[in-house]
Every structure is written in C-alpha cells, then in structure tokens.
Design a protein around this ligand. Structure first.
Ligand SMILES: NCc1ccc(-c2ccccc2)nc1
Length: 244
C-alpha cells in the first residue's frame, strides 16, 4: 500500500518513522511519502492561503496550489487512489472506515490548516472520478488535519497484512468481539499499592474468567458508552451469551 501525505508541516508526520509504521516503511510493506505543500507554490513567500470569499475570520487554503500538488501526488488513473481529507465537518472515522481504507491501493491525505481547504478541491477530484473521503476523528477543534491524519494512518496501517506480527491481535481489541468496550486488564505483581487483582483472574478457571470479562465489558460499556449498548445486535448478544 502507498500512502502520500500533503501538508505545510511535514515534520508533524515524523512520528510515522517510528515503531510498526516505521518498520513497515523500511521493509517496503508500506510506501509512505510526506510532501510539503509549499513545494508547489510559485511566489517568493511560498503562499498557500488567502482571505475567504464572503468575509469572515481566518484564511482559506488556495485551490490552485492544492490542485498542482494533488495532480502530482494522485498521478495515475483516478480509480486507483482515494483522496482523504481530515476535516471537522467530515463523516466520523470508525474502525469500519479503517478496514475499508486498508483495502485501498493508494491513499492521499490532504492536511488542511487555517480555516480549511477551498471546497472546490474535493469537488474537482470527485468530478474527475477520484473517490474522496472527508473524515473527522471527533468533535473537537484542532489547528489542522495532520494529527487526524496520524490517527487514521495508524489505524489503517496496522490492518495491512504483515504489519502486525500476530494477526490475532488485530481483532478489535479496544471494542471487544461483541462491539463492547474492552474489559480491565491486570498483570504482576498480584498486589500493588495495597490493591489486589480480582480473585477470579488468579483462579485458573477459564470459564469463570471468561464470564467475568464479559460481565465487566457490559458493565463498562453501559456506564461509558450507552450508545454502543443501543447499537448491539441481539444476535451478537446471543452469540456471546451476553445478557444486558
Ligand atoms: N476531526 C478533527 C479535526 C480534523 C481536522 C481539523 C482541521 C482544522 C483546521 C484546518 C483543517 C482541518 N480539525 C479537526
């Protein structure tokens, strides 16, 4: 898989040289390239923004600069690349999106700053047949798309076959098999700071451990994410012998 990131802060993406993603790059599993949008400017000040039509505060990123950059980076036939634009006004990115994006041959992340990118950029590439995903990682204000791109790239890259040593660990561990939150985990020492590990986990009784973990997952999900409880598919509840 190839991933390109276009940004005015390329150093922001340095974190992708580390750990699993870094290793995948070195082994050629992941072809990740970071580009400075200013490389496509033509003026002395390398300007990428201008004032918004219709007035209002802040600046907007210019479509002509983005157009030159994305034409270069998208390259080849449109059908083979997906343009991903992190934006607070996008569809909320979920594990489903990560799974879908992990199946793509080529992703291009356009990281906006200021008040965002001129809306004609997404419109232009959609009209040219390039699939465009405008995605939000949550309802909070950031100063640009780079952090959101890091989140999405990590979520996607770890799903690329061969990325993670043990494919077992790719099961949605943070949203357990049944679409519930993960149960609490413990390790040695058995007592720490006057706190003990739940007895059942030391019992060696796998059936009881499994039951305890399922109950904990339900308790946590009910308390922290009632929306997920609502969304639970009854068949899943049966499959996992879960009772709310
Ligand atoms: N969903 C989080 C998120 C993603 C992107 C941006 C953003 C901010 C400024 C310019 C361009 C994108 N903000 C929040």
């Amino acid at each position: 898989m190839r991933i390109d990131v276009v940004t005015i802060f390329p150093d922001y993406l340095a974190a992708l040289d580390l750990s699993l993603v870094g290793k995948a790059r070195r082994t050629g599993l992941l072809d990740l390239r970071v580009h400075d949008l200013r490389d496509w400017t033509t003026d002395r000040h390398r300007t990428v923004d201008d004032t918004p039509f219709g007035g209002g505060a802040g600046m907007v990123m210019r479509p002509d600069i983005w157009g030159r950059a994305l034409d270069d980076v998208l390259g080849g036939p449109p059908a083979q690349s997906r343009l991903v634009v992190p934006t607070p006004s996008g569809e909320v990115f979920t594990q489903r999106h990560a799974e879908a994006l992990a199946g793509e041959e080529h992703l291009v992340f356009a990281c906006g700053r200021y008040e965002g990118i001129d809306a004609r950029v997404a419109e232009h590439y959609r009209a040219a047949g390039v699939p465009v995903s405008e995605l939000s990682i949550g309802d909070y204000v950031l100063n640009g798309g780079e952090v959101a791109a890091l989140v999405m790239i990590e979520a996607v890259a770890r799903l690329v076959p061969g990325m993670v040593g043990n494919p077992e660990s790719l099961v949605e561990e943070s949203h357990g098999a049944a679409g519930l939150l993960e149960y609490p985990v413990y390790t040695k020492p058995p007592e720490w700071a006057g706190l003990e590990v739940p007895e059942v986990l030391l019992s060696g009784h796998h059936g009881r451990v499994e039951r305890w973990r399922r109950d904990e997952a339900i308790t946590r999900t009910s308390a922290r994410r009632p929306d997920m409880i609502e969304a639970l598919d009854p068949a899943t509840l049966d499959k996992h012998d879960l009772r709310l």
